[in-house]
Structure formats: C-alpha cells, structure tokens
Design a protein around this ligand. Sequence first.
Ligand SMILES: Cc1ncc(COP(=O)(O)O)c(C=O)c1O
Length: 414
Amino acid sequence: MLNYGGDFVPFVPARAEGAFLYDASGRRVLDFTSGQMSAILGHSHPEIVATVRDAVGRLDHLFSSMLSAPVVDLAEALAALVPELPRVMLLSTGGEANEAAIRLAKLVTGKWEIVGFAQSWHGMTGGAAAATYKAGRRGIGPLAPGNFAVPAPNAFRPRFAAVSWQQELDDAFDLLDRQSTGNLAAFIAEPILSSGGVIDLPVGYLNALSAHCRARGMKLILDEAQTGVGRTGLMFAFERDGVVPDILTLSKTLGAGLPLSAVMTSDAMAAEAAARDFLFYTTHVNDPLPAAVGLKVLEIVQRDGLAERAKAMGARLAAGLRGLQQRYACVGDVRGRGLLMGLEFCTAGGRDAAAISDAVTDLALELGLSANIVRAGASGGVMRIAPPLTVSEAEIDLGVELLGAAIGRVMGSD
Ligand SMILES: Cc1ncc(COP(=O)(O)O)c(C=O)c1O
C-alpha cells in the first residue's frame, strides 16, 4: 500500500453494521468516528443497502449532461431545506465540492483571492488544498497564489489572553486588507473546524464574518462536510447563527459514507455564473446512483428526527465526557455540538499531552473503541468523537466507559 498520511490502524474490519465494525475473527469495535466522519446512519443501514441495490440495477451512471429523477429529486429536497440556495450541483467528494465552490466564487466576483482559517481542512484537490492550512502545504511547490489564512477563535487556547474573538477577527481583516491586491473573492469556513481540533465558532462569529465579507464584496462559502445533515443537532450548523452563506458545500454526511457531495447557491449567483460560462464538468457530476442514496439519507434523517436525536444523544455523550474530565486531569477540555465532540488532552502526571492521547487511542482500540486524534496548533491531541446519529444510549455509554477505562489505565489510576 502507498502510505498517504499517518500509520494504518492495526484493525482490519471485515464487516460493519450499525455503530460496530467486526474483524474476520468476529472481534467488534465501536466506531465512534462514523468511518471518516460520514456514516451518520451507521454502517449498512438496511434502507441504504436496498437503495444502492435498486439504483445500481436500474440507473447507475449517465452522460454528464443528462439529468435523471433521483438527481432532480435530491436537488429539490436540498433546496427545500435551504430555500435561499435553490441551485444545486452534485459531485462525489468534499474536496471536489469546495473546488467547485471556489471556482464559482472566483468566476462570479471576477476576483481570485481566497481566505480560510489557519486550522482549516477543505480537501486535497488544487483550490481546496490551497485553502487548507491544517496540513499538507509543504513539499509540493507553489499552491494557488492569492490564498490567505486568518486564525480561528479558540476559547480553550486563546492566542492572546486579553483579546476577544471580535477583536481578533477585526484585526485579521485589517491585515487582510493590507495584504490583498483588491481581489478578495471569498472566505471559506467550516462552522466547526473538525480536523483543526473541533473548534466551534462562537455564537455571533458567523454573523461578524459574514458582515466582513459583505463589506468587501466577498462571497461566504460554508463547508458543512462534517456538520451538515443533522450532526450538530440542526440540519445545518449555520442555522444556529441564522447566517445563510452564498455557497454551501455538503459532502461526507450527505452520502452517509458513500461518495456524494453537493454545491448549493442562490439563483442570482447561478445566473451570474451561467453568464460567465461556469464550467465544472466531471465524470460523476449528477450521477443517479449516489443521488438516490442522498435522497434516501435526507428522507431517513427527517423521518426519524435524527437531528433532534443528535442533540439528545450529544447531550448524553457530552455529560459522559465531562464526567471523564472531572475524573482525569489529562482531559483538559470537552467541546462540540450535538454528535460532533472533541476531547482535548493536556499534560498531566508528568506526561505530555501527545503521548497521553496516542496511548489512550491505542488502548481504546484494544478495548474495542475506535476514535481518532487530531493535532493542531498548540494542542497535544484532540480526540474527535462523532458516532452515527442512529447511535443508541447503550452505545454512547459503552463508548464513554471504554474511553474512561483507556484513560484510567494510561494514567495508572484504574
Ligand atoms: C470540513 C471538510 N471539508 C472537506 C473535506 C474533504 O472532503 P473529501 O476528503 O471528501 O474530499 C473534509 C475531509 O476531511 C473536511 O473535513
């Protein structure tokens, strides 16, 4: 295998069902990251299995200029959820959707400078990678020129103790204005920076960011790859703030684990893009099979009230994690929204946070829990916890118990 980032996990799933993974010997592991933060319905949800079986046997893939019922139906379902952004295009991955969003913003504004957070992750393709600052910028030559980063607000580890997020944001835009050549096209943001350490933008931040963008004629692109489709307790994270972006990208959770992404924008942006010959023609654009899956995902999430469920289960999870925080000095912070939570380890008992977080993750896997660590900035390790929205109370409790056991053993107190 070509190694593409970090070590492979020493567990080889042979089967997955609901919130669990099973290896060939039948050993089961609780999947607290929903695969790659995507499988919001759990693994092999029977209705998704049936949808895939049906779609692959009836209408799988088409010439890229052909539309089909599943594609139009999914576009309509998405437009009904965000009426301000009724123009929809379906793609395969998150990086691809952001690539299209950035291209759209550049074309419509006639400008080319793109701003993102210094802890962002938007994908591995050219434009998305150029707006990704969490990792991957070295050793590959020049990235797209005209990309700028501003710090994301971090309540647990503020960069400057006496500086509010408002001041930090205003200051960042002041610096941007000085560096810009007058070609600011868009700001791309995750409402919760997941790979960046589960950094939740505070209430009011998106409004302030949106105002800064409007003042400069910039488009606001929100990347809801991980936060969209119910995970935070609302259908979309931006609903908490009442800020509708100019472009919304969805991916991971929209296909619940299958490769499907969407770009959504307004009629006005779509008309302007069409007038300027917007081109984003790919092999799998608007393919019917993944669209049928996305349609079923939305139907299940709405029918089964999974956003509300994420809120309730998230509260249970947060309470469990806060219990661990009270018990163990190495748990520095618990944060997040709904079923997208982060647990930040800190130095304790003479051991540094990175070593503790690695040891806990390894031991948790041995005990039967899969969760992963992200590192960003000054943090030694943030465990990302994002179980499927279908997770049961017993599974939440089991996950917290296994994590507690792993921490206890690593810290030598259990
Ligand atoms: C917020 C966000 N956007 C975009 C991406 C990229 O998505 P993909 O890996 O499907 O290209 C990711 C992947 O982790 C992500 O977390």
